[in-house]
Design a protein around this ligand. Structure first.
Ligand code: MBD
Ligand code: FE
Length: 311
């Protein structure tokens, strides 16, 4: 059984009515997008003969997705967030912008408001017996290679269970554990004293993992650390590094891995003098190169709903 009704007057009129396409009110841009997306959905139902049962399964899935609060997680898992990066990379190439640290996705687990320190911040506020000490440091430079003073480097990462503070299902972490912000001085340097994260896994009973299961995909990420870098006269950088050696580095369910974002992990001593919990610690140098404004503007500011807290 296959019918094709998409191109009938009745269906085309329905699409126009449903999005008030011929009306003057509403948001013009939103109406354009709604009409296109609804049309693409209707057309797919026709082309693939998607059954009513399948449509209702999809509608019920959206309800579960919202109940679970996982729409942003799903956006990462289906490659939508990566797709936005691919488009921004292409736009940069078209504009002749190159040379900065590559961008990679923000992900859904940022919390604004981490306490801002000068140059160095210790961010492992909670004990975590299974995680060893880690120092993350580097220099923020501009396109000319000169250090950037007054840049704000924010980082956030998971604990030894792969859980992020604020989103920890066990409720075990305090606000801003493993989240920090530092202001660079004249040398452009930043440093976070912290613990080694492990990779994240999607909530096993959540809507995202449910969809991934149906695709025979896992919902895991390699160990990684997120960054925002802002400065008054460079474009905002959103990036991450992966922890070298993690077996999932090239099998990230969110597709954030990039060749240039896998800095070496070295082992050092002298941790006690730095206030770390052991003398032997891991060290990751991750330098951050910013790019200039485009026509005097930062075109990298992405507006999305973000959690904010007060430290
Ligand atoms: C994460 O920690 C993350 O960075 C992304 C993109 C998705 C889920 C969890
Ligand atoms: Fe993450």
């Amino acid at each position: 059984m296959s019918v094709n009704v998409f191109n009938t007057r009745e269906v085309q009129d329905l699409l126009k009515a449903a999005t008030n396409a011929d009306g003057n009110g509403g948001n013009t841009r939103f109406k354009q997008i709604a009409h296109r997306l609804l049309s693409d959905l209707f057309k797919a139902i026709d082309d693939l003969d998607i059954t009513p049962d399948e449509v209702w399964a999809g509608i019920n899935y959206l309800n579960k997705l919202g109940q679970d609060g996982e729409a942003t997680l799903l956006a990462a898992g289906i490659g939508l967030e990566k797709y936005l990066d691919i488009r921004m990379d292409a736009a940069d190439e078209q504009a002749g912008i190159s040379g900065g640290t590559p961008r990679t996705i923000e992900g859904p687990l940022y919390v604004a408001g981490a306490p801002l320190r000068d140059s160095v911040s210790r961010i492992d506020l909670d004990a975590d017996a299974d995680a060893g000490p880690l120092v993350i440091h580097g220099t923020v430079t501009g396109p000319d290679g000169e250090p950037v003073a007054g840049a704000v480097v924010e980082c956030w990462h998971a604990n030894s269970k792969g859980f992020y503070s604020h989103f920890d299902p066990t409720g075990a972490q305090s606000d801003f554990n493993l989240r920090g912000a530092v202001n660079t001085g004249a040398d452009g340097k930043y440093e976070f004293r912290t613990l080694m994260p492990v990779g994240y896994g999607c909530p096993p009973d959540g809507a995202t993992q449910q969809l991934l299961n149906a695709l025979d995909r896992h919902g895991d990420r390699p160990a990684h650390v997120h960054f925002f870098v802002t400065s008054g006269d460079h474009r905002k950088l959103t990036t991450q590094f992966n922890v070298e050696g993690d077996p999932l580095i090239w099998d990230d369910f969110a597709y954030a891995t990039r060749e240039e974002l896998i800095p070496p992990v070295t082992e050092k001593t002298g941790g006690v003098a730095l206030g770390l919990k052991a003398d032997v610690y891991k060290d990751i140098e991750f330098n951050l190169t910013l790019t200039p404004f485009v026509q005097g503007k930062d075109n990298q500011i992405v507006n999305r709903l973000r959690v904010a807290a007060v430290a």
